[in-house]
Write a protein that binds this ligand. Structure first.
Ligand code: SF4
Length: 367
């Protein structure tokens, strides 16, 4: 199964913690950008995809008309008749009933809503421009429009956040039949407003770990499986598009800053809005051909993010050859000896207590 990703870089304002490629304002370029994405799609030969994910940025800022044109262009350029899942990200302040209607009418069957918190003080300190009420209204609207598959993003470690406020956010979301939650730990990335001026009341590292652990227990008690480091889902509601990515599958990304992984090659478009609009097919800036050793280590690292599946070295050996897997097994066994991974036959899984410190383990496996 191959995935199709579309990057929509527009945002109403830059959130204080954000280091994604997103462009505040410049909304007058939305139509031209939509046309450019369709031009890039047409430059590919017609091919089929199992999943579609329109992310950003803020895709709901496209508005109904541009969204309708984008989806019509994608259906025209590709064979999307076998789409198993089609997701669009939306932010509470810009999603409308008309936008959701067009999305649904064009085959979108999953909404990922950027809620982040249902505490107005936390939202404001993070530079988010929506309120808790607006997020609840957006969620209600998506349900009224008939979306049964709704995911919400939540941030752990926001300034001033306590378990009391986080529990309120989780209780409200789970009470509103959200079936998937992406729970991200806030990290201060270089180049962000937070890096330049860190908030005084950020929870410390230990507090953040405790908040995440409590959130995990809370969600698990309500039937959510912790299936990936930052993702929780009710049975059958895992994100198929991202599962393909974590399983090392192929995907094509369209749009400024979008990345692709096809036939052993990885490439990326330049992160420039105007440059992309001028020449979408020429936006590709980086291309690397992965050697088998690098590819298998990367696949193992990605698969370890899947907390219940992990990585099965038998499967990796069948794909890449036994002789190529010896080094990987040695590194995995090293992490088992340190009690950072658990070994079940030929399968390796992240130790449940290491989820919050998994970056170090994943870096060792990749090495
Ligand atoms: S809405 Fe999302 S992509 Fe846009 S600035 Fe905020 S965090 Fe970044």
């Amino acid at each position: 199964m191959r995935g199709l990703y579309i990057h929509i870089p527009f945002c109403a304002a830059k959130c204080l913690y954000c280091d994604f490629y997103s462009v505040p304002g410049k909304l007058d370029l939305r139509e031209k950008y939509t046309e450019a994405v369709i031009r890039e799609a047409r430059a590919y030969s017609r091919q089929s995809f199992g999943t579609l994910y329109i992310g950003g940025g803020t895709p709901s800022l496209l508005g109904p008309q541009n969204l309708g044109e984008l989806l019509a262009g994608l259906y025209d350029a590709f064979d999307l008749s076998g789409l198993k899942e089609a997701t669009i990200e939306a932010n509470p302040e810009s999603v409308t009933g008309e936008f959701l209607y067009i999305a649904q009418d064009s085959g979108i069957n999953r909404i990922s809503l950027g809620v982040q918190s249902l505490n107005d003080d936390e939202l404001s300190k993070a530079g988010r421009i929506h309120s808790a009420k607006k997020a609840i209204d957006a969620l209600t609207l998506a349900q009224e429009c008939g979306f049964a598959n709704i995911s919400a993003d939540v941030i752990v470690g926001l300034p001033g956040q306590t378990w009391h406020s986080l529990e309120h956010t989780l209780r409200t979301l789970t009470g509103m039949q959200v079936s998937h939650l992406s729970v991200y730990c806030l990290s201060i990335e270089g180049g962000t407003a937070y890096a330049a001026c860190p908030p005084a009341d950020l929870p410390g590292e230990d507090e953040q770990v405790e908040l995440f652990e409590r959130a995990r227990t809370y969600l698990q008690q309500r039937g959510f499986a912790h299936y990936e480091i930052s993702n929780f889902a009710l049975p059958g509601k895992e994100c198929a598009h991202n599962l393909n990515y974590w399983r090392g599958g192929e995907y094509i990304g369209l749009g400024a800053a979008a990345a692709s992984h096809v036939k052993g090659s990885r490439y990326k478009n330049a992160a420039t809005l105007e440059g992309y609009i001028a020449d979408p097919a020429g936006a590709r800036i980086e291309q690397e051909w992965l050697k088998p050793e690098g590819k298998l280590a990367e696949e193992a690292m990605l698969r370890l993010r899947l907390l219940q599946e992990g990585v099965d070295t038998n499967n990796i050996a069948a794909e890449y050859g036994c002789e190529k897997v010896a080094g990987l097994i040695e590194r995995l066994d090293g992490q088992v000896a340190l009690k950072l991974l658990v070994k079940q036959g030929t399968r390796y899984l992240l130790h449940p207590s290491c989820v919050m410190t998994s970056n170090r383990v994943l870096a060792e496996v990749l090495a």
